[in-house]
Design a protein around this ligand. Structure first.
Ligand code: 6LW
Length: 508
């Protein structure tokens, strides 16, 4: 049986890990069509943008594509900073089509709408929405087919989703608690006799929460839920923190669920989360017409409906396809002249543009770190160029092991500090570079979350560590912003060839 055919979990399992979509997958928006569920997430400075996931049981998810996978849909200029670019999508199904609305917060982007017959793609060219100001756009259609777009703040405008035309100025709706920070991530739903307006408030950090109001019409007025916030982990010691930015869905048995972003801070105080904001699932019950949302747990009980496990992702990508698999993302763009599997069949060739990972023009192909402990390896032939294996939080926070002919070096960049941590000679030709991410020993209040050990694999298969670096410096609490770690390959000079890339979780 090949890796692709194995299944993720024995159907008899009693509990399932939450996050259901681990790693940097924030701002989830969910949509159900019959027995199929789809989730999209924010993608910021990465291209392709907006990862799209599919599930048949709400527990097991597979990435089926990236909605914005052509430069005509997404052009992120070199001026796009990390955590700029593409924010908070909403995915909906209406009139036989899937509709996706997102904001590009950088350049001339603004709000954009895309549609598709199949969420795996292709998605349409963008319809621009100059009349819709603000981030976190939502789409909702009423019984007459009128489409409303609701944005952070919270305000609403009627739109024609096919043309992007708006009618009338944006109207203010309900903004959560009167003194709450950042009323955002609105979603409007018709459920039973009411229209519900679900929002996030308190900001996407430790005070994040979810509140709701209801009205008899989609225009309001909205009456706040008497027990708002309906979900928050602020001031608690739950292992999952920052819970907010939610979207509602009904399970196969008619039960209600919420997808919500959360983080897993670890180490001493104040706690560092390194995988970015992840997508969790939590059950919802309705009492007196209001949702009662369960605490977001790190494990989910087995649901009452049949599980449909998805194929386990193979450890190795051999770069034997002409297209890169959907999990691979690059910084801002990925032109074929800088990234190809055609030049040397079975290898990924990266041709440098920027001279290091500090450069907004860096040629980088990586995947999200999705497990708290894991190992990444790649076999690289630097030829006459220079490149290697990097763990990237953003352009100012990254660790890498870099090869050039006859030498490897471990490099770190933290804020303004750039350090050569170690170097050593290696035989000319291909070399296997390794990044090993393990738990940090918890010694006292200052212990970090994890340790990144970078090194090389010798010809006999043994591992030689060249540097062990504190993981806290590649965390959101240090770097700031909205993203998480991405691990991958890069070229910093000339053409660099990669034979394969392994990513192996060390714990589920
Ligand atoms: C997003 C806002 C948020 O637009 O973070 O967690 C911002 N919530 O709703 C960026 O993802």
């Amino acid at each position: 049986m090949s890796d692709e055919q194995q299944t993720a979990a024995a159907p008899s399992r009693a509990t399932f890990p939450n996050p259901v979509i681990p790693g940097f997958h924030p701002d989830p928006s969910i949509c159900r069509v019959d027995d199929d569920y789809y989730v999209v997430c924010s993608s910021f400075e990465y291209f392709p943008g907006i990862p799209v996931f599919h599930s048949r049981d709400l527990i097991h998810w597979t990435q089926i594509g990236n909605a914005l996978d052509r430069p005509s849909q997404l052009r992120l200029s070199a001026g796009t900073p990390s955590s700029g670019g593409i924010y908070a999508p909403t995915l909906r199904h209406h009139d036989g089509r899937f509709w996706l609305i997102v904001t590009n917060v950088t350049g001339d982007g603004g709000n954009m709408l895309f549609s598709a017959a199949d969420p795996a793609g292709p998605w349409s060219e963008p319809v621009r929405l100059p009349g819709v100001p603000g981030i976190d756009p939502d789409l909702a259609w009423d019984e007459d087919g009128v489409c409303r777009c609701t944005v952070a703040g919270v305000s609403q405008v009627r739109i024609d989703p096919r043309t992007g035309e708006t009618s009338g100025p944006p109207r203010r709706l309900w903004s959560g608690a009167p003194d709450a920070k950042a009323p955002e991530a609105p979603h409007l739903y018709r459920i039973g006799d009411y229209w519900y307006l679900l929002i996030a408030e308190g900001g996407t950090e430790r005070c994040h929460g979810v509140s709701i109001a209801r009205g008899r019409t989609p225009d309001g007025p909205f009456e706040p839920c008497p027990h708002n916030p309906v979900l928050t982990h602020r001031g608690t010691d739950h292992p999952v923190q920052n819970t907010g930015h939610a979207d509602l869905v009904q399970g196969p048995d008619g039960s209600w669920w919420m997808v919500v972003l959360g983080v897993r801070p670890r180490g001493g105080t104040p706690g560092w989360h390194v995988l970015g904001r992840e997508t969790f699932l939590t059950p919802v019950e309705w009492v007196d017409g209001w949702p009662v949302v369960a605490t977001v747990k790190a494990e989910l009980p087995a649901p009452s409906w049949p599980l449909v496990p998805t194929p386990v992702e193979p450890v190795r990508d051999d770069f034997d396809l002409s297209e890169l698999r959907p999990r691979w993302i690059s910084v801002r763009d990925r032109p074929a002249e800088h990234c190809t599997t055609e030049q040397r069949p079975g290898w990924l060739t990266l041709r440098a543009r920027g001279a290091s990972l500090d450069d907004p023009d860096v040629v980088f192909v990586g995947r999200r770190q999705q497990h708290l402990t894991c190992r990444a390896r790649t076999r690289v032939d630097p030829g006459e160029g220079r490149g290697g294996l990097a763990v990237r939080l953003d352009e100012r926070h990254h660790y890498e092991i870099e090869a050039r002919e006859g030498e490897v070096r471990v490099l770190s960049r933290v804020g303004t500090l750039r350090t050569v941590e170690a170097s050593r000679s290696v035989p000319a030709g291909p070399v296997t570079l390794v990044a090993h991410i393990t738990d940090a020993p918890q010694r006292d209040a200052r212990s970090g979350p994890d340790i990144l050990t970078l090194g090389v694999e010798e010809a006999d298969g043994t591992f030689t560590a060249l540097g062990s670096l504190d993981g806290r410096y590649l965390s959101t609490e240090v770097a700031g912003g909205f993203t998480g770690r991405v691990i991958g390959m890069y070229a910093s000079a000339g053409a660099v060839h990669f034979d394969w890339f392994d990513y192996e979780p060390l714990r589920p």
